[in-house]
Write a protein that binds this ligand. Structure first.
Ligand code: FES
Ligand SMILES: [Fe+2]
Length: 369
């Protein structure tokens, strides 16, 4: 559905600042190359604590971060072959989450039934992805498609961030191209114009025009010349729960959001640039160029964003009743989408339990109890 692009005042739905996630999607939780065989990484996806480990064969597994013996966090343990052993008494859990060994159990004695939940997990684009929802839906959901990752002409700069803020505040920052004002000291973009806005059941896609100027913009291929203004169309698409944005073939951004809790979120982003250098120069200098771009370009933009996002969150918490005014219809659209996705999940999870209750009451009625 096409939406109007007029910038008129609309009231923000404060409910979006506290809404939960739809867990029936793949969430990126960490960089795959940072978890070596035999290592364990604790992660949290919207209040679910998960121990991710790579077994000695290099396979990834994800178990609830909770030992069913006494409740100790499993990520404090050790990888034993393909299993995860709890740090406290050494109970071992296989990749399905079943206890398969207790080191001090007498030989002929049967193992107790002690299980933890296991999660679908995969690695792709050097990211670890977990499906925290209904496991049987994992196969029907796709992780984002990132073709640039396999194309040599792009310089890919990975960058992760941590925010003391609800994921809706972070997501609005990514959709809101009008905040170029914040980054003007860093030669960011300017003069944004919202050209089109489209909303579907699971996505919001906005197209803006933005302008660039300066030496950094020229080096990154965003501007033709350092001293003149180049105007380009940029599309920003929020496909719940992640972002894909593209600047007319010269740069793209894929941003994966990880909601941790009501005031905490993370992001894992892949920036792609077409740097204006010949391939024979570019390829050997990529290992130096990437950390330089991370440190001197992207993390400076990010630090400014984090300051605004966290300030917004603190002031919301100090006075949740306060009314806010928004004029960008793209922001109102993603708020609707975030609330809708959570409601859809809640309805689906309520329905089976209602059906169960209905069945029970029919059975009770039939048995006269
Ligand atoms: S608490 Fe985990 S083995 Fe005892
Ligand atoms: Fe920003």
């Amino acid at each position: 559905m096409e939406l109007a692009t007029t910038l008129t005042s609309q009231t923000v739905q404060n409910a979006v600042r506290e809404v939960g996630i739809n867990p029936n999607h793949w969430y990126a939780v960490g960089w795959a190359d940072q978890l070596k065989p035999g290592e364990i990484m604790p992660v949290v996806i919207w209040q679910q604590a998960i121990a991710v480990y790579r077994d000695i064969n290099g396979q990834l597994h994800a178990l609830e971060d909770f030992c069913p013996h006494k409740g100790v966090a499993l990520h404090k343990g050790k990888v034993h072959g393909c299993n995860l052993a709890c740090a406290y008494h050494g109970w071992e859990f296989n990749s399905e989450g079943s206890c398969v060994k207790i080191p001090y159990l007498p030989e002929k004695q049967k193992l107790p039934r002690a299980n933890v939940r296991s999660y679908p997990i995969q690695e792709q684009y050097n990211l670890i992805w977990i499906f925290p929802g209904e496991p049987k839906l994992a196969a029907t959901c796709q992780i984002p498609h990132i073709p640039e990752f396999f194309e040599n002409e792009w310089v890919v700069v990975p960058i992760s961030a941590h925010f003391q803020a609800h994921f809706s505040i972070c997501n609005e920052n990514t959709m809101d191209v009008f905040h170029g004002f914040l980054h003007q000291g860093l030669q960011g973009w300017f003069d944004p114009v919202l050209l089109s806005l489209k909303e579907t059941e699971a996505s919001v896609r906005a197209e803006y025009n933005v302008s660039y100027k300066g030496h950094m913009a020229k080096f990154l291929g965003l501007s033709d010349r350092a001293d003149t203004v180049t105007t380009l169309p940029i599309t920003v698409e929020y496909r719940y729960p992640h972002y894909a944005s593209s600047l007319q073939g010269v740069s793209s951004l894929y941003l994966m959001r990880l909601p941790i809790g009501s005031n905490e979120s993370r992001s894992f982003a892949l920036f792609f640039f077409k740097v204006r250098l010949p391939q024979w120069i570019l390829q050997p200098i990529k290992p130096i160029l990437i950390p330089l771009l991370q440190r001197f370009v992207l993390s400076k933009f990010l630090a400014q964003d984090i300051e605004m996002i966290e300030s917004e969150q603190r002031n919301y918490l100090a006075n949740p009743q306060r009314r806010y005014v928004e004029i960008n219809p793209a922001i109102i659209a993603i708020q609707r989408l975030i609330i809708r996705q959570h409601e859809q999940f809640m309805q689906k999870s309520i329905q089976p339990s209602l059906q169960h209750q209905e069945r029970e009451s029919v059975t009770n009625f039939a048995s006269g109890s």
